[in-house]
Write a protein that binds this ligand. Structure first.
Ligand code: ATP
Ligand code: MG
Length: 201
């Protein structure tokens, strides 16, 4: 089974939440799932990689789950620039290969959305291409998501990236747009909505 790259229409849309959800679901089916956050930024204590390691009780060392950590809570390009650090993109691909050997499948959580810069001329979408993984897009449930999701789909389709589907996250039952968004996106794009997840807090 190939791995999956979990991207989002934006930061904070629920990529980590969905990564946990999918990992737990696959595990229930008897699949050994590895998880990777190729680049994390910001305080270590709030780190997605640490959260995923603890929540999913992952045995892999943190350096494999998260090969690149930058301390400023910014997109990787400005975060690396502030630290005067050169990002090692080859290390990310090598680490993925190692995780792939250790598990039946690997879920890779992206960084923000597809147009987030990793260097000045290398974006998350370029990383997706380099990793050669099909993509799941995590999108918000409510108003505004049609625009964000269609823009994300357009960028991925332009680059001939394989899209496994969309997961809409955070249905509250209170936003009128939630009732029609999924159907509209499916109809306009032809890409399946794989799940509609409720806001569970
Ligand atoms: N369906 C949900 N029900 C309850 N809480 C949720 C749900 N989805 C996301 N959250 C919460 O919303 C916040 C943002 O979600 P999450 O961290 O998964 O976003 P993200 O896309 O991974 O963000 P980042 O771009 O920082 O990696 C978190 O506190 C998370 O626990
Ligand atoms: Mg996250």
């Amino acid at each position: 089974m190939p791995g999956l790259f979990i991207t989002g229409t934006d930061t904070g849309v629920g990529k980590t939440y969905v990564t946990c959800y999918l990992a737990e679901k696959l595990r229930r089916e008897g699949i050994d799932v590895g998880v990777m956050k190729p680049i994390s930024t910001g305080p270590a204590a709030e780190d997605d990689a640490l959260y995923l390691k603890k929540k999913l009780k992952l045995n892999d060392p943190l350096e494999l789950i998260n090969p690149v950590h930058l301390k400023h809570p910014l997109a990787p390009y400005p975060a690396a620039k502030l630290e005067r650090k050169k990002l090692d993109l080859k290390k990310i691909l090598k680490t993925y290969k190692e995780l792939e050997k250790r598990h039946d499948t690997v879920l890779v959580e992206g960084i923000g959305g597809v147009a987030v810069p990793i260097t000045k001329d290398y974006f998350v979408i370029d990383l997706i291409k380099a990793m050669k993984l099909p993509v799941i897009i995590v999108a918000r449930a409510g108003l505004g998501t049609i625009n964000h999701t269609m823009l994300t789909l357009g960028a991925l389709i332009d680059q001939h990236i394989n899209i496994a589907g969309i997961i809409m996250n955070g249905f509250t039952g209170k936003d009128k747009a939630e009732k029609t968004n999924a159907e509209v996106i499916e109809k306009l794009s032809g890409v399946p909505i794989l799940e509609k997840l409720k806001w569970s807090a």
